[in-house]
Design a binder for this molecule. Structure first.
Ligand SMILES: C[S@@+](CC[C@H](N)C(=O)[O-])C[C@H]1O[C@@H](n2cnc3c(N)ncnc32)[C@H](O)[C@@H]1O
Length: 253
């Protein structure tokens, strides 16, 4: 039977790899590596660096995956469904052609596979359709949210309070009812600007855990402009950006 390992590699610093992830890397015969675009190239280099540094046994191989591009119509969910179907078809073909019976393949997932990543959902879909038998395992990794909290030296939650994790697309013009801490990911639009004037604190981090890391924190009203500028400059310089931030309301007690 083929085996598939979905390995969380942490969100930036190769030192984020867990002992369990290193053991899993050493069981894989084939690494499926997404390839395309400036961001993907940088992330591919990091994945290859991780393999070179942590794999003790020779003979493993890389297989590039040309990741299909998501369409951009007015229907976001339909675009994502079509995109996932295209990725699923590509993964199915690669697992069948590149992985021999008895071999182990690995997907190195940025951060943790459970947080805003489709790999697990796609592997589950392939498994459900069962075009060929395989077994799969998930190895957790350090998320960008954990990296953000660690770099800013903050706890995510206030005592006994919830934390809401969302995307820039879903962030409204106020914090959700009953929540005084929101973590925002996947925000290409700097949605935090919509919340200026609401007495919030922001803890922002870009390229967390890498040499390009940028951190800014403070009252949102004071630092929103600075984040906007730094973000634009860094994206222009590197050709891509990944940033995450936490917004927090004033203490009520
Ligand atoms: C597709 S999601 C993947 C999240 C990942 N699975 C995790 O556990 O962090 C990509 C988003 O994660 C966040 N992200 C991932 N790595 C990051 C990093 N090193 N620095 C800042 N944000 C990061 C950004 O919000 C980015 O848009």
């Amino acid at each position: 039977m083929r085996k598939v390992l979905i390995i969380g590699i942490g969100a930036g610093d190769p030192d984020y790899l867990t002992v369990q992830a290193i053991e899993a890397l050493n069981q894989a015969d084939v690494f499926f590596i997404p390839d395309k675009g400036a961001e993907k190239a940088a992330l591919r280099e990091l994945r290859e660096e991780i393999c070179a540094r942590f794999i003790r046994r020779p003979g493993y191989r890389f297989v590039s995956i040309e990741v299909p591009v998501r369409g951009k119509s007015d229907d976001y969910k339909a675009d994502v469904a079509a995109w996932h179907a295209a990725i699923e078809a590509r993964y199915t073909a690669l697992l069948e052609s590149e992985l021999a019976d008895g071999e182990t393949g690995a997907f190195l997932v940025w951060g943790d596979p459970a947080l805003y990543d489709s790999t697990l959902r796609i592997i589950q879909e392939i498994d459900a359709k069962a075009p060929f038998p395989f077994d799969y395992r998930v190895i957790p990794g350090i998320t960008s949210v954990q990296a953000l909290a660690a770099q800013h030296r903050i706890a995510l939650n206030r005592i006994g309070e919830p934390v809401h994790v969302t995307t820039g697309r879903k962030l409204g013009e106020a914090l959700p009812d009953g929540t005084d801490t929101v973590v925002v990911m996947l925000d290409g639009e700097q949605a935090f600007k919509r919340l200026v004037g609401r007495d919030l604190e922001i803890y922002w981090g870009a390229y967390l855990g890498t040499q390009e890391e940028i951190l800014v924190s403070g009252p949102l009203d004071d630092v929103a402009g600075e984040i906007d500028r730094l973000r634009r400059e860094a994206r222009d310089k590197n050709g891509w950006i990944m940033d995450t931030y936490l917004l927090r309301g004033p203490k009520t007690r």
